[in-house]
Design a protein around this ligand. Sequence first.
Ligand SMILES: Nc1nc2c(ncn2[C@@H]2O[C@H](COP(=O)(O)OP(=O)(O)OP(=O)(O)O)[C@@H](O)[C@H]2O)c(=O)[nH]1
Ligand SMILES: [Mg+2]
Length: 217
Amino acid sequence: MSLVSGDYRPWDYDILVKVLIIGDSGVGKSCLLVRYSDDDFFESHLTTIGVDFKIKTQTLPDNRVAKIQLWDTAGQERFNSIVSGYYRSSNGIMIVFDLTDEQSFRNVSKWLDQIKKHGDPSGPMVLVGNKADLTSKRVIDSQLGKELAKNLGIEYIETSAKSSQGVEQAFDKMLQAVVKAQNYIESGPKKDDRYSNSSSSLVVQGPKTPSGSTCNC
Ligand SMILES: Nc1nc2c(ncn2[C@@H]2O[C@H](COP(=O)(O)OP(=O)(O)OP(=O)(O)O)[C@@H](O)[C@H]2O)c(=O)[nH]1
Ligand SMILES: [Mg+2]
């Protein structure tokens, strides 16, 4: 088969983005993913074993098509050794806590330690406070979430996987943070950029190669 014939077709995406979703067990990571990728919700807690993943394709404001690999990790500590292997190869990390569970908010620092240990602490991140629909059970005030995110130099958003509130926006923010980091790498350092310590390429360009080539994604 000739590679220069009409068989040539570009891949169906321009950039590949790998997003890791971390946070305590039960905060709603899997539900956020299911809401984002399938627009569905499950009332039951089927705890994630190790790491699950889903794929979503999204068009960026600059019309590039991003293929997003969403890695849904287990919050239970017994899976930490499996999950730790995924930090390094992610392009962005979403840290989720439960607005109705104070401990899950306190444990954000524990998850940040995991990122420091196994990943890139200066890489793109978004802090997500989930279960915003449970207003009467809320124990973490918006201000607390905002302050923590501000101290970390990252975006904060509140979501409800149940009602869909903020879910699309949360993943949009994640994507924007990854693209911003990529633009930084392509255009070189700017004085006040928080990604000034990034050394590795954060986004894998979707290769425009002939069909039939192998993809390691
Ligand atoms: N009311 C409400 N319940 C939610 C929301 N998100 C998740 N839940 C519930 O919280 C429980 C846990 O959700 P999961 O998505 O399985 O939690 P997880 O973070 O993936 O947990 P692990 O896989 O054990 O790490 C389930 O019973 C969900 O129905 C939300 O936004 N609002
Ligand atoms: Mg889960």
